[in-house]
Design a binder for this molecule. Structure first.
Ligand code: NAD
Ligand code: 13P
Length: 356
């Protein structure tokens, strides 16, 4: 029987939580041992307290910078060279912040094992002059391999603590999706299969904009009613925008854990919410801070996706003359770019006009 070798491309908080689950699964030696035990993880090399981060991870089995509380497992091997990390992999898991994915893929052109399959855990999209491109589409286009997606309400530290979480694998290729399901599924991590990969990836991408709105609500000191209004309108705009770009996207995808599930989790417990909340408080206190500054202080190297995604999506809305149909997306974008004060974060509600 073929034994599949798995590689992780990325080493941030979610990449570490995910590789920990994969390593738990590949380590099992049973009659149907389909996977090579060792999982190679590409680490964007940096110094950590005077040592190379890869050396620290390979010595301690912990990524002290991005996922400090958790043992990744003895079979996770940190590799600083991206080509070496994926060279022998049959199954490649992409989990890097979306702004780095194009550069990552370019380095891998022509270096992938023939027949390899990929899955993307990255939430975000790229905007090119010819139109938007989802990360799975980028992987497919640049590397010429199948790429499904794994999306859900998956806050990394909760998964590290082995608290129940759900995810979907959005797929075109069922065989690939079933293989990936085997490497992720854990008793505390329930993975189901969804034949709407584009819908799932759009949900994961767009909820980061809504989470900024939720953080603004918290920063303004408003309560659950206001946050519920942001979440509700956010879901409406996520669905409308996804279907406007990709008409094949299914309505029921938005009721899955990648849709409403992830939206709620991120609007209550995510990094985008946290940073937008503190940004709003600083604005209200008359001591404005930048998102970059707060990201560096609060996230300590982890990356915020919502601000970039809001600007990317807004570019599409502008190009297509759609801004008026997306009052929450547009208002959030106006606020983060300083064209409106944060108090307008809830001004898209019935009867109110959005502000351009
Ligand atoms: P992270 O934000 O915790 O860490 C940032 C990562 O980027 C680090 O591994 C760092 O080494 C790397 N990096 C920095 N500069 C780089 C460069 N120039 N090129 C390449 N890499 C560089 O990362 P994460 O949480 O694993 O996020 C990856 C993706 O997963 C994102 O799209 C995010 O939205 C998504 N996601 C995150 C969570 C979560 O809870 N953290 C949950 C679900 C999905
Ligand atoms: P944040 O990047 O806002 O923390 O969201 C994490 C996430 O995507 C949970 O599913």
């Amino acid at each position: 029987m073929q034994r599949y070798s798995v590689a992780m491309v990325g080493s941030g908080a979610w990449a570490c939580a995910a590789v920990r689950m994969i390593a738990q699964n590949t380590q099992v030696d049973d009659a149907a041992d389909e996977f090579v035990d060792d999982v190679r993880m590409w680490v964007y090399e940096e110094d950590f307290e005077g040592k190379k981060l890869t050396e620290v991870i390979n010595t301690t089995h912990v990524n002290p910078k991005y996922f400090p509380e958790f043992d990744l497992g003895p079979n996770v091997v940190a590799v600083p060279n991206i080509v070496d990390a994926v060279a022998d992999a049959d199954l490649i898991v992409f989990c890097a912040p979306h702004q780095f994915m194009h550069n990552i893929c370019k380095q891998l052109v022509g270096k992938i094992k023939p027949g390899a399959m990929a899955i993307s855990l990255t939430k975000g999209m790229r905007v090119r002059p010819e139109g938007p491109q989802l990360i799975s589409q980028m992987v497919r286009r640049l590397l010429g391999i199948d790429c499904c997606v794994l999306m859900g309400a998956n806050i990394a530290t909760d998964i590290g603590r082995e608290q129940l979480s759900e995810a979907v694998i959005g797929y075109d290729n069922l065989d690939a999706a079933q293989l990936f399901q085997k490497i992720f599924q854990r008793p505390y991590f329930r993975v189901s299969l969804l034949p709407d990969p584009v819908g799932a990836e759009m949900c994961g991408t767009l909820k980061n904009i809504v989470a900024l709105g939720a953080g603004m609500v918290d920063g303004l000191g408003l309560g659950p009613n206001s946050k519920a209004a942001v979440i509700r309108q956010g879901l409406v705009e996520m669905r409308a925008f996804s279907k406007a770009l990709y008409p094949s996207v299914r309505d029921d995808t938005f009721m899955e854990c990648c849709g409403i599930g992830d939206l709620v989790a991120t609007c209550y417990g995510g990094r985008n919410r946290l940073v937008a909340c503190e940004w709003t408080k600083a604005q209200l206190a008359g001591k404005p801070r930048t998102f970059e500054d707060l990201e560096a202080e609060l996230l300590k190297g982890q990356k915020l996706q919502g601000v970039l995604t809001s600007n990317e999506v807004q570019e599409i809305l502008k190009m297509r003359g759609w801004e008026g149909q997306y009052p929450l997306f547009t208002t959030v974008n106006r606020i983060i770019n300083g064209y409106l004060p944060p108090k307008y974060a809830v001004d898209f509600v019935a009867g109110a006009k959005y502000h351009i």
